[in-house]
Structure formats: structure tokens, C-alpha cells
Design a protein around this ligand. Structure first.
Ligand code: PBG
Length: 324
């Protein structure tokens, strides 16, 4: 045998030397849930170890993450039912919970990178990402709401705006709207290939944002398809996206690789709530080893071609010193 691949695996030093991909704190974005009130910290029951924070506690949480070297955060609001309406007007109301949270984090920790979520669902009385009329999701009318929401996030201090709604044309619309108002420096991380997935369940529990009727299949992608991901990627790149995101992560590693191979923009992977819940449940039962299963999962996103990884495991991997 001339080729003996095991020679390159024979010692830890050599294994390390030839390791192709690595995970670093700089790759991680930590999603954080926000609720109204003071001194609130309530656990999401389907996501053990993940909490909804009132703004005071959110600031404490961000501070403790920064000390660990975790510098990027994606914020999501849990909005009281009484503030929701058909047009998600709470999403751009001056003084709203979400806008205050963005501004407070940036005021207290200017060095933190704040990613904000643009979509109507947490604020919509229909629980959808677009305006609903006679059971239909109106695309172009929704763009107007998304534009207002994105501008409000930029004014509050967002570093990166991440539209997660899947309406057609929203990246170009938001880009132009931001540029016209003097926010050409604010980045767009597009949820480029976002699938109609069962794995968002725990997130919808966290925010109380599940659709009140119907599903999201007329705007989120069919899990059976990959070519559409290329169409979405071409549109987002042409419309001015700075990052292309694939979501969920683990069941869509092929899509991460497809976009990484076809586009020069950085690729983000969203290791979503259901993926977190799945791993946590097995770990809590003693069926999987926490460090090994979590690190293997996160490394798989890097190997597939993602640079940025949105993951609920972000803080824990740093706290426990698993990033060597
Ligand atoms: C909403 C949004 C969702 C997630 C991020 N933004 C859920 C959905 O589309 O219903 C899911 C994140 C997760 O599951 O962790 N626009």
C-alpha cells in the first residue's frame, strides 16, 4: 500500500496540523429573546438553558458574553398579544420594546455587533411574515412594512439587519430604503434559503409567534428543493445582500455547501431552535455527550462552508472552554 491515510491520523499533533476547518468565537452569533418588564428571566421550556430577558437582564447577559469573547448577538422580541395588529405597526413604533433593546445594547456596549430580525410575525395578529388578506400573503404591500421596520432598526443602532420574511424583492427594497435615509453603512444578512421547517417550533414557543392560521409554505421554501436556493442567492446577491443565510442548518448542509460553492459572499448558517432542542434533550437523557455532539455539529457548518453560525449553543461552548 502506497497510500495509508491512517498515517495522517496517528498523533494529535499531526491531526491538528492537517485539520481543514476550525471553529472560532468570531464565527458565532448568539440569538437572544427579549420580553417586557424588569428583572425578568424566563426559561423557554422547549429550549433548556435559553431564556427570555427583560432589557435590564439582557444587558447583563450581553456583558457576560462579551467577557467570554462572544461579540455578536441576534435579538428577537416577544410581543404582548394586545400590541399585535394586521400591519405589525408595533415593529416600527418609536419607544417599542425591541427598538429600546437595540439602542440600550449599543449604548452600553458599542463594541457589540447587533443583528436585528426583520419580519412581521412577532408583531402580527395573524402570526405571519406578511400582510394577510383573504388568506393570501401580500408580497409588495409587505415590503413597505419591512422597509419601515428596517429603517427603525438602523436608527436604533443595528449593525446588521437580517430580513427573515422571505418576501420577493425585500433585500433590494430595504437596501434602497436604508441608503436613501443615510444608512448605507448598515449591513444586510439575508435569510436567502429559508425552508418551511418543523424545526422552528421551540422558537415560536419562545416568542408566541406561531401562525394563527395556515402555514408558511407560500413564502418559505419546500424542503425538497435545492435549485430554488440558487435563484434566491442570485437575487439576494444582485439586490445587495452582504451575507447569504441558510436556515435551518443541520438538515440543510448541502444547501450551505451549494451557496458557498456558487457565491463569493460570506455564508451564514442558522442552527435553529428545534436543532438545539433535539440535541439538548438527548444530552439531558445521557444519550449523547454534550461537548462532542455540540462541537461536531458546529464544526459541520464550517466544513460545509459557513463563516457565521447563529446558534443557541454560542455562550455555552465558550463558558465551558470547548473552543481550544
Ligand atoms: C421569523 C423567524 C423564525 C425564526 C427566525 N426568524 C421562525 C419562523 O419563520 O416561523 C426561527 C429561528 C429558530 O427556530 O431558532 N421570521
Amino acid at each position: 500500500m502506497l497510500q495509508r491515510p491512517r498515517r495522517n491520523r496517528k498523533s494529535a499533533v499531526i491531526r491538528d496540523m492537517i485539520q481543514e476547518t476550525r471553529l472560532d468565537a468570531s464565527n458565532l452569533i448568539f440569538p437572544l429573546f427579549i420580553i417586557d418588564g424588569n428583572q425578568q428571566k424566563t426559561e423557554v421550556s422547549s429550549m433548556p438553558g435559553i431564556y427570555r430577558y427583560s432589557i435590564d437582564n439582557l444587558l447583563r447577559e450581553v456583558e457576560s458574553c462579551l467577557k467570554l469573547g462572544l461579540k455578536s448577538f441576534d435579538l428577537f422580541p416577544n410581543i404582548e398579544e394586545s400590541l399585535k395588529d394586521k400591519y405589525a405597526t408595533e415593529s416600527y413604533r418609536d419607544g417599542s420594546l425591541y427598538l429600546r433593546a437595540i439602542a440600550e445594547v449599543k449604548k452600553n456596549f458599542p463594541e457589540a455587533c447587533v443583528v436585528t430580525d426583520v419580519a412581521m410575525d412577532p408583531y402580527s395578529s395573524d402570526g405571519h411574515d406578511g400582510i394577510v388578506e383573504n388568506g393570501e400573503i401580500l408580497n409588495d404591500e409587505t415590503l413597505d412594512v419591512l422597509g419601515k421596520m428596517a429603517l427603525a432598526h438602523a436608527q436604533a443602532g443595528a449593525d446588521i439587519i437580517a430580513p427573515s420574511d422571505m418576501m420577493d424583492g425585500r433585500i433590494g427594497y430595504i437596501r434602497e430604503h436604508l441608503d436613501q435615509h443615510g444608512f448605507s453603512h448598515v449591513s444586510l444578512m439575508s435569510y436567502t434559503a429559508k425552508y418551511a421547517s418543523a424545526f422552528y417550533g421551540p422558537f415560536r414557543d419562545a416568542l408566541g409567534s406561531a401562525p394563527k392560521h395556515g402555514d408558511k409554505k407560500t413564502y418559505q421554501m419546500n424542503p425538497a428543493n435545492s435549485k430554488e436556493a440558487l435563484i434566491e442567492g442570485q437575487l439576494d446577491a444582485a439586490e445587495g445582500a452582504d451575507f447569504l443565510m441558510v436556515k435551518p442548518g443541520l438538515p440543510y448542509l448541502d444547501i450551505i455547501k451549494l451557496l458557498a460553492d456558487n457565491f463569493d459572499l460570506p455564508i451564514a448558517a442558522y442552527n435553529v431552535s428545534g436543532e438545539y432542542a433535539m440535541l439538548k434533550a438527548a444530552i439531558q437523557n445521557g444519550w449523547l455527550d454534550a461537548e462532542r455532539s455540540i462541537m461536531e455539529t458546529l464544526l459541520s457548518f464550517r466544513r460545509a462552508g459557513a463563516t457565521a453560525i447563529l446558534t443557541y449553543h454560542a455562550k455555552e461552548v465558550l463558558e465551558k472552554g470547548w473552543l481550544k
